[in-house]
Ligand binder design. Structure first.
Ligand code: NOJ
Length: 531
């Protein structure tokens, strides 16, 4: 595991919407360079950048046309080199978004593969041998393209219809369908090699690893995902040999499997078995003050994942991402502070989606942009200040990638930085605490002390060889009592958020909407003092 992951705190940047440096209304790499100090000041020491490669942008860049070229609207490969240098200068890291499962229909590989004559790319994608045969019943495909070229066959689609599926083979190829190659076939291997070359290209330039899109979906008809796991193990072997400091994080949503595949970390997300959705979103989020939420199901799943991972690897909790409604759609600023207290004191590397640290809103009912659909409302421009276009761009309003939140009271970095008790300051403070206490960082284990049976309060212990810390969280509107394993005088309150808590011996009265971070500090035996 690369050492830098021990205390990594990631900031996710959707490049379209972060900072426009050339006045065309779309964010770009030079804009990100201008804002690196901001990210560093917040305390994040790593960045995940959504796809920034050449693309027709039918799916916001998750439809790649050229894996090795920065999209001109974001700048040049030289700008990427400069961004990486600037990131490293600040002792930060940057991971790119690898989209290995599909390309754009405009990718030259696909254009070649559409030709009826056999060529190098004939088997780069999943094609049937006849236009009359489709991909019905093939897992992890979302339909197919038919009648789009003289080639006699249908091509599988991985997500939108503009995203043909690359060929990593089938776990159990049907012998009656010769177009179904095995995942060990030379054809599948050739696709994997091509993707490894893409990784090599950016790693050589200095990138620090990849977030991998739909990582669990590559091999088809692979119900237990064993063939997909084997595929990723080959990628990990390549990294271990050539770039041991490079990090791999998967969009898999199933850490046990992802980590067996060689990923260093996996996300818990809005899909999959994790029940992540119930924490900050859903009809009754756990972190709502209404106090109607549940966390037991999440904790059970979480511990199962930890066991499956054998204590290795990182299970990562994001504040949100470009695919889900922002947290602030479900939680107000005070509730979000407690949510961040949780996110920033759990194991694994936390991920903060740009703008979540200032409580940016999810904009409802925006017309879909670049395949965003309901996701579009979470992808609007970063709100920096009260200047033109909230400091995002000097372009005319109509030219902006997406409209800025029209609410006159929209949060901005500027207003949040001025207000002492703001969400921004809470997040910054929590990041600093995490960085200052090794027991709060990625690898120290967690033990849940309360929350599984009765949902409130949630209490957990983070302990390593150096420190012992208990986190108590009561997001609800009622106070609760909790009996600590320590006496009051043995405890240093590292941080308190929200209400007033009173103590009686070991019993803490945890006020409504309160979070506490307690460090164990046993009194030294008297006779050892001073000697
Ligand atoms: C997951 C990405 O996060 C999402 O934005 C994208 O549309 C799909 N994968 C397809 O690549």
């Amino acid at each position: 595991m690369p050492n830098w992951l021990d205390n990594a705190i990631f900031y996710e940047i959707y490049p379209q919407s972060f900072q426009d440096s050339n006045g065309d209304g779309i964010g770009d790499l030079q804009g990100i360079i201008q804002r690196l100090d901001y990210i560093q000041q917040l305390g994040c020491n790593a960045i995940w950048l959504n796809p920034c490669f050449d693309s027709p942008f039918a799916d916001a860049g998750y439809d790649v046309r050229n894996y090795c070229r920065i999209a001109p609207r974001y700048g040049t490969n030289q700008d990427m080199k400069q961004l990486l240098d600037q990131v490293h200068r600040r002792k930060m890291r940057l991971i790119l978004d690898l989209v290995p499962g599909h390309t754009s229909v405009e990718h030259p590989w696909f254009l070649e593969s559409m030709k009826p004559e056999e060529n190098e790319y004939t088997h780069r994608y999943l094609w049937t041998d006849s236009i009359w045969e489709d991909f019905n019943g093939v897992e992890n495909t979302t339909g197919c393209l038919r009648g789009i070229s003289p080639r006699n066959g249908s091509c599988a689609v991985n997500f939108f219809s503009t995203q043909p599926a690359l060929n990593y083979g089938f776990a159990n190829p049907d012998p009656a369908k010769p177009w179904q190659k095995s995942s060990d076939s030379p054809e599948a291997q050739a696709t994997l090699n091509a993707m490894i070359q893409v990784m090599d290209f950016w790693l050589k330039m200095g990138c620090d690893g990849f977030r991998v899109d739909m990582a669990g979906s590559l091999v088809k008809n692979d119900p237990d995902q064993e063939a997909t796991i084997r595929l990723w193990q080959k990628v990990r072997a390549f990294l271990d040999e050539n770039y041991p400091d490079a990090a791999l994080i998967s969009e898999w949503g199933n850490p046990g499997r992802a980590l067996r595949g060689g990923f260093h970390m996996d996300f818990l997300l809005h899909f999959g078995p994790s029940r992540y959705w119930e924490l900050f979103r859903s009809n009754a989020p756990y972190f709502s003050r209404k106090g109607k939420g549940e966390i037991g199901g999440f904790l059970m799943k979480y511990q199962e994942f930890v066991q499956e991972c054998g204590g290795e690897g990182l299970i990562c909790l994001p504040s949100g991402n470009h695919d889900m409604e922002r947290m602030s759609y479900f939680l107000d600023e005070e509730e979000s502070k407690l949510a961040f207290l949780f996110l920033l004191t759990m194991p694994g590397a936390p991920f903060i989606y740009y703008g979540d640290e200032i409580g940016m809103r999810y904009l409802e009912n925006l017309p879909s942009k670049e395949g965003g659909y309901h996701r579009t409302g979470s992808r609007t421009p970063m709100q920096w200040d009260d200047g033109v276009n909230a400091g995002f761009s000097t372009a005319a309003k109509e030219m902006l990638y997406l409209p800025i939140d029209p609410n006159p009271f929209r949060p901005t970095v500027q207003t949040q930085q001025i207000a002492p008790g703001s969400l921004y300051h809470t997040v910054q403070k929590l990041i600093n605490l995490r960085l200052a206490h090794s027991a709060l960082q990625s690898n120290a284990p967690v033990e849940f002390l309360a929350g599984e049976v009765e949902p409130y309060p949630l209490v957990y212990r983070r302990k390593n060889q150096e420190e012992d810390i208990i986190v108590i969280l009561n997001p609800s509107n009622q106070s609760y009592q909790y009996t600590l394993p320590w006496k009051e005088e043995e405890v240093q309150v590292l941080y308190q958020l929200g209400g007033v808590c009173t103590w009686k011996e070991r019993v803490v009265n945890v006020d409504r909407e309160t979070g506490l971070l307690l460090l164990y500090r046993p009194a030294e035996p008297e006779d050892s003092q001073g000697f």
